[in-house]
Design a protein around this ligand. Structure first.
Ligand SMILES: [Fe+2]
Length: 168
């Protein structure tokens, strides 16, 4: 691919997040994951199976990492003060993991449908919107520094992997 067409590719982009606390870190990570999912859609439209398989694997791992960080470092403490909201977030994560598994099978079988990625995107958006309203503002105010530091470290590492994905 020549440099001009490479630079104009939708998958060439730099992403960065700053450590302004869990609210900003998680919200920005959601945004970057969303853009990665939009790139998966672009692969589908271009009928680019090889890129789709490679990009989906990275996207899948980083979305799971995002949910795992929330489940390990935020949800247990959040559940102590907002049990129903925390349970709803866990349920949304379960649904997202199921949708990821379904999409992974489609990708591996080369039978990916655009509807499958769109369903994943809608689930990701709904989860982000709910967490933005509930868990993240709480985490921004009350999460201990040790947990905030680990969240920052893991989100930075994840963005580096997603950015490598974007740079191809
Ligand atoms: Fe999240």
């Amino acid at each position: 691919m020549n440099p001009t067409s490479y630079e104009s590719s939708p998958r060439v982009r730099q992403e960065a997040i700053t450590n302004d606390g869990p609210l900003i870190l998680f919200a920005e990570h959601h945004r970057i994951l969303r853009r990665a999912a939009e790139d998966l859609l672009a692969c589908c439209y271009e009928d680019n199976c090889r890129a789709l398989i490679a990009e989906f694997r990275i996207f899948e791992r980083q979305l799971i990492e995002h949910m795992t960080v929330e489940e390990e470092l935020v949800l247990p403490a959040f559940a102590a003060i907002a049990a129903e909201e925390a349970a709803a977030i866990l349920e949304a994560h379960r649904a997202l993991r199921k949708q990821l598994e379904r999409t992974a099978v489609d990708v591996e079988l080369h039978s990916i449908r655009i509807a499958s990625i769109r369903t994943l995107l809608a689930a990701l958006d709904a989860s982000a919107e709910h967490e933005d309203r509930t868990m993240y503002p709480w985490a921004q105010m009350y999460l201990p520094k040790a947990a905030r530091d680990v969240i920052a470290e893991r989100m930075f590492a994840s963005v580096r992997k997603l950015t490598r994905l974007a740079l191809g």
